[in-house]
Design a protein around this ligand. Structure first.
Ligand SMILES: C[S@@+](CC[C@H](N)C(=O)[O-])C[C@H]1O[C@@H](n2cnc3c(N)ncnc32)[C@H](O)[C@@H]1O
Length: 229
């Protein structure tokens, strides 16, 4: 049945040998959509109350699959307005988005083999990246993310459901998104996740007491901490 299982269809942005100009254009279009859909909202609304305002004063954060680094820029600004200092390291396998977006502290590397020692960051986040991976790779990605965080892990991705698929399709048409993002956006929802799938993957990645929940029916979120607060 439609959307009952994750699609394995590849997104165009992941295709090798693609023209650089096309990929850069898609990253820019994705940023336009991310601003419109407030992709940072789930982080802004949850992180301070989850970590506690005291912990938020100074954070070293790794964003895995950071794209252009837009999330880090927006959250650093959000923190700055509150008198906090959040410093982002932006890691992505694709250098084009990092370069085009002028991402601070860029690192070109794979989410499956993070080039950092254990416990290097206070917090590791990922936004709309996990669905690019196979189920087995998600487990490796989360093991790695859990290894390099000394405290929190906060992953946000797309929830796989028909309502979201149709709404996204209509919104992309209304906003006249480019064809490439339109195709990838819909494939992304088909590659998205349901809660039982993430519970099983968190178990396999040996992340204890992972909380998995939905944000406005469009996002699926995993959060877990090593420290109790
Ligand atoms: C849809 S974009 C998301 C970008 C940004 N985080 C956001 O929320 O819009 C997915 C990003 O994940 C990156 N990515 C995919 N597989 C990866 C991997 N194995 N390691 C690191 N980055 C990866 C892609 O290059 C791309 O920049």
């Amino acid at each position: 049945m439609f959307l009952s299982e994750r699609s394995t269809q590849e997104e165009r942005i992941d295709l090798p040998n693609r023209a650089e100009s096309e990929t850069v254009a898609e990253f820019r279009e994705l940023d336009r959509f991310n601003r419109f859909f407030r992709f940072d909202l789930v982080f802004e609304s949850e992180l301070p109350k989850w970590l506690g305002e005291d912990h938020c004063a100074r954070l070293e954060i790794l964003d895995v699959g950071a794209g252009t680094g837009l999330l880090g820029k927006r959250l650093s600004e959000f923190a700055r307005r509150r008198g906090w200092e959040w410093r982002f390291t932006n890691l992505d396998a694709n250098p084009l988005g990092l370069r085009d977006g002028g991402a601070p502290n860029p690192v070109v590397a794979s989410a499956l083999n993070l080039p950092f020692p254990d416990g290097e960051f206070d917090l590791v986040v990922a936004s709309q990246m996990t669905h690019h991976l196979s189920d087995a790779q998600v487990v490796t990605h989360w093991r790695e993310a859990w290894r390099v965080t000394r405290d929190g892990l906060f992953i946000s991705d797309l929830h796989r459901n028909a309502w979201f698929y149709v709404t996204l399709w209509l919104t992309m048409l209304a906003l006249r998104s480019n064809r490439s993002l339109r195709k990838d956006g819909l494939i992304s929802v088909k590659r998205g996740f349901r809660r039982p799938e993430w519970r099983e993957m968190a178990k396999q990645a040996e992340i204890p007491q992972a909380k998995i929940w939905l944000f406005f029916g469009t996002r699926i979120v995993l959060q877990a901490r090593k420290c109790s607060g």
